[in-house]
Structures are given as structure tokens and as C-alpha cells.
Design a protein around this ligand. Structure first.
Ligand SMILES: [Zn+2]
Length: 433
């Protein structure tokens, strides 16, 4: 509980005043990664000040300038071709746009926190490549300490063989502080209070993305931060009523694989799972606005829903998760008869939510109820919805998304819908149940 209180405090700090981080704990520094242009914010961590690419489509080199040497582990992943470099937590102070343009074998790369204590760099490759060399250099000849990665083009067969030789990389970064890793894993698996002592229904709130995965971005706002702020406000509102127990898939700026989000819902025996996101349209695809509520189906209700599910399902590839090792229970759960009841409840909640949001004059998308194959909704026994709060690419929606007033109204309508959902559910179940 103490740590939750801490989280709440530091989230406020991170949003309002980066300078306040000086008096906060180490985790808080990670949350402010996006604003780490303030050099004092991350003084405890090694600083990465520049990153550059050299070479061609046969051999490509990546160099990261640091202010002290670090430990690292590099490995390749297939389908899509990626190289992942796990390092201890680093404060990235790189120029805006670093990594968006590639060179040679590297299509693009991104970097960020994957968990407290652990950062990661993920390279998207143009084709199969081998890590020919990787090392950290001490400062020498006026040059700062550097992390160097050298890639070499290979054919697919050689690539696959080199993966087998490397062994199977862990989903979790290997370099992070072992104590932090164990604590985080334990915290995610453990109910907030022992289940036997607390029989209230469990609502799991899932702020999308996090850490290295920013989600959609527009006008300097990241989806991962917007939805975290919203989810924490929703948690506080629901907890205040005292009728439900709330579990969060993340309470800070950490990357959580999609399968883990589903696992948290199932481990907590959740009665409702609500995933919070914000959408964006590519610039050449016009404008769209308003909130949309999604449920799970094997076939997308339209091409827009299909595009969105595809984009949201990419979170694992972005975060450097080994997709070829996804547990099959999450990778291809069939929408079968056993899930019919779950689907009915999901749809019921989606309709209640739409009604409440319309009532509190939250702007809705022109067709606000949709369905598609979102991986994060694939908990077969947990009624689940995914809500896109609006379009960060739309000026009006973005104004709402960052407005305290809008957030408070929308959180209120969600809390109402949750109440209505459980009231009806308990009535349907009857006293004998
Ligand atoms: Zn999203």
C-alpha cells in the first residue's frame, strides 16, 4: 500500500513538475523519461547523449555515447527481424526523432524503459542480420564511453541457426536489478489483499503501452502517459466507492507485454477488464474524432477496427518481445462456445458504457461500438472491453484528453457504467449464486 501511495505522489510530480523528481525515488525518474531533457531528473543513471548509425546494407554499425560504461546483452529476434539490446536503466537524452530514420540493415530503432532498473533498445531490421560484434568501450582519446553494435547481413537459414545457438532469450530484460525484477513480478501476480479476505468483485484497469512503447503520439503528447493518467484517476474514483477491488496492469511507465496484461486479469479472477487507449489517424487519412468502445471478436466489424487491432497488437513487437514464443493460449484462443457468456457480458458492459458516456456528453465516434481481434481482450473468462478515449491526432479530442474537466466527467461515466454492470449482473445471478 505504501508503494501505491508513493506511485500516486510521484505520478503527480512527473506530470506537474519534473524538478520535484529530485525528492522522489528511483522509479519516479523512469516515469519522467519522456521529459528527461532536464539533466537533473535522472542524475543517478548513466546518460546516453548521442546515437548514430554508419555503414550500408551489408554491414551496419550503431554507436551510443554514454557518460559511463554499462553492462548489456544483445540478441536477435525473428518475425519480424529485430535486434534487442538490454541495458541497465539509462537516461536517454537523445535528440528528438532519433531512431526514426534508419540506415543499412537498420530500418528504425527505439529506446526506453522496459521496467524499473532496465532499459532497452529495439532495432527493426530490413532483413536477416547477425550480431557480428557488440562491446562497450571505455572513454579514450577524447571520446566518451560508447556502446557499439555491429550487424552483418546473413541469409534466413543462417539467421535462424544463430538464434538457436544464442539460446532462448528471456521475455524480461536480463540486465535489470534482479531484486527489482523479482519484486515487480511478485507485485503483478499478487492480489492487493488475500482473495479470501476480500470478496468484492475485481476490476482490472489496463492503461495501454508504457516504457519503450509510447503508443500513438501527437503534438508532444504520448498515448502511454495520457492513458496512465486517466487509468489512475479511474482507479481512484472506483476505489473511493469501496464496492470493488481494483487492480492495475501498470501504475508507472513500464512496458508490459500483452500476454502479461491478460494474465494479470486471470490471476486476479477479474470480474471486469477495461483496457484504456487513445487512437490516432495517420496524417494522410483525414480526421476522426470521439471515443470508441471495442469488444473481442474473431472478425473485425470494419476495416477501421481491423487497422486499430493490428496497431495495438504490435505493442509486443515494439517492446522487443519474442513473438515466436508467445504462449499459444494467448496467441490463438478461439472464440468458441465457452466464451459466449463472457462475450455477452462484454457486450452488455460496452453498451452500458456507451450510454453513460453519451449522457455525460463525452464525444463519441460516429459508430462507437465495434469489435476486433485485440490480443489484450483474449481472457476467455473475463468480460473485457478496450476503450479508445479519442484521437490524439484530432485537435479537439487532444484538448479533451489533456483536460482535467473532461477526464473527470469521463471517469465519472465509466464508474457509473461499472456500477450499472455489476448491479445487473448480481441481479441476474440471483441469490442462489
Ligand atoms: Zn493504444
Amino acid at each position: 500500500m505504501a508503494s501505491r501511495a508513493n506511485h500516486r505522489v510521484w505520478l503527480g510530480c512527473a506530470l506537474v513538475c519534473a524538478a520535484a523528481l529530485l525528492c522522489s525515488d528511483a522509479t519516479a525518474v523512469g516515469a519522467a523519461e519522456g521529459q528527461s531533457s532536464n539533466p537533473i531528473a535522472a542524475s543517478n543513471f548513466p546518460i546516453a547523449s548521442d546515437a548514430r548509425l554508419a555503414g550500408d546494407a551489408k554491414q551496419t554499425r550503431f554507436v551510443l555515447d554514454l557518460d559511463k560504461t554499462i553492462q548489456f546483452r544483445a540478441f536477435a529476434l525473428a518475425d519480424p527481424y529485430r535486434v534487442v539490446v538490454d541495458i541497465s536503466q539509462v537516461s536517454f537524452q537523445l535528440a528528438a526523432g532519433t531512431g526514426t530514420a534508419g540506415r543499412g540493415l537498420i530500418k528504425a530503432f527505439r529506446y526506453g524503459l522496459v521496467m524499473p532498473g532496465g532499459s532497452r533498445i529495439v532495432f527493426d531490421l530490413t532483413g536477416p542480420a547477425r550480431i557480428a560484434n557488440s562491446y562497450v568501450l571505455d572513454a579514450a582519446n577524447g571520446q566518451p564511453p560508447r556502446l557499439v553494435l555491429e550487424l552483418e547481413q546473413v541469409d534466413r537459414t543462417t539467421f535462424v541457426q544463430s538464434l538457436a545457438a544464442e539460446g532462448r532469450p528471456e521475455l524480461r530484460p536480463a540486465i535489470a536489478d534482479a531484486k527489482d525484477t523479482a519484486a515487480a513480478a511478485e507485485a503483478a501476480a499478487r492480489p492487493a489483499t488475500p482473495a479470501s479476505a476480500d470478496l468484492r468483485p475485481v476490476v482490472v484497469i489496463d492503461p495501454g503501452h508504457g516504457g519503450i512503447d509510447n503508443g500513438t503520439q501527437s503534438s508532444g503528447e504520448s498515448e502511454k502517459n495520457l492513458v496512465l493518467g486517466f487509468a489512475l484517476a479511474l482507479r481512484d474514483r472506483i476505489e473511493k466507492k469501496g464496492k470493488y477491488r481494483v487492480a492495475m496492469t501498470r501504475t508507472d511507465d513500464t512496458f508490459i507485454p500483452l500476454a502479461d496484461r491478460v494474465r494479470i486479469a486471470r490471476n486476479q479472477s477479474a470480474a471486469l477488464f477495461v483496457s484504456i487507449h487513445a487512437d490516432a489517424l495517420p496524417r494522410n487519412e483525414g480526421d476522426a474524432q470521439g471515443a470508441t468502445i471495442y469488444t473481442l471478436s474473431d472478425r473485425a466489424s470494419d476495416t477501421e477496427a481491423e487497422r486499430l487491432a493490428e496497431a495495438e497488437n504490435k505493442a509486443d513487437a515494439i517492446g522487443g518481445v519474442n513473438l515466436t514464443e508467445e504462449p499459444t493460449e494467448v496467441a490463438d484462443i478461439l472464440i468458441d462456445l465457452a466464451q459466449r457468456e463472457t462475450r455477452t457480458f462484454s457486450n452488455r458492459f460496452a453498451r452500458l458504457l456507451m450510454g453513460e458516456m453519451k449522457k455525460s456528453t463525452v464525444r463519441m465516434y460516429k459508430h462507437p461500438l465495434k469489435s476486433a481481434g485485440f490480443k489484450v481482450l483474449k481472457a476467455p473468462d473475463v468480460p473485457s472491453v478496450l476503450i479508445e478515449l479519442g484521437y490524439v491526432s484530432n485537435k479537439g479530442d487532444l484538448e479533451h484528453l489533456v483536460s482535467e474537466n473532461w477526464r473527470s466527467r469521463t471517469v465519472g461515466s465509466m464508474a457509473q457504467a461499472i456500477d450499472a454492470f455489476f448491479a445487473k449482473r448480481l441481479a441476474t445471478a440471483g441469490p442462489a449464486n
